[in-house]
Design a protein around this ligand. Sequence first.
Ligand SMILES: Cc1cc2nc3c(=O)[nH]c(=O)nc-3n(C[C@H](O)[C@H](O)[C@H](O)COP(=O)(O)OP(=O)(O)OC[C@H]3O[C@@H](n4cnc5c(N)ncnc54)[C@H](O)[C@@H]3O)c2cc1C
Length: 158
Amino acid sequence: MGIEVFMECNVPRLLTDGGGQVSGAVGYRRTTGEAVALAAKAFVLATGGIGRSWKYTTNSWESTDDGHALARWAGAELIDIACMQFHPTGMVWPLSVRGTLATEGVRGDGGVLRNSDGRQFLFDYIPPMFAAETADNEAEADPWYEDHANNRRRPNCG
Ligand SMILES: Cc1cc2nc3c(=O)[nH]c(=O)nc-3n(C[C@H](O)[C@H](O)[C@H](O)COP(=O)(O)OP(=O)(O)OC[C@H]3O[C@@H](n4cnc5c(N)ncnc54)[C@H](O)[C@@H]3O)c2cc1C
């Protein structure tokens, strides 16, 4: 389709013209270190998430928030940066698997999400559209795993 793809190429900075318009980018090839200069009429950043901001995460090593930084350095305003999607279950021990994702299935199969106080905090955030099918509190949710038919499920994030 006439599109040139720069595989394994990192962009550390966008370039702006005198009016603040983004007009170029500089990068380097990860494999060789060769410098790359890119010019275009428009730039779309699709640099993924920021999961690597956290110590333990299932996100790729690439999710380092580069895109937000590139945009900010070029003068862009960011919105809704508090909206962060994350996978709530992962491995923490042994060290060799720390950060590996634990499937959603663990919650469907009885796993429970708690905050650092040990509280099942998702009872505070039940979306109205799921309220009718979700238990109101821990005591109501506890029997659900053994008896789906006569109990409402716990809120468990997917
Ligand atoms: C372990 C795991 C399991 C998942 N499972 C599912 C699933 O089952 N179903 C589902 O729908 N979603 C799943 N997701 C989520 C899904 O992978 C992401 O939502 C999706 O990949 C995001 O796409 P994206 O294009 O926004 O970003 P990404 O796929 O992260 O792509 C961003 C790209 O930008 C590149 N980049 C970043 N910074 C720079 C830079 N400075 N210069 C050059 N390149 C840069 C990165 O190298 C990367 O290739 C999962 C995610 C994880 C981490």
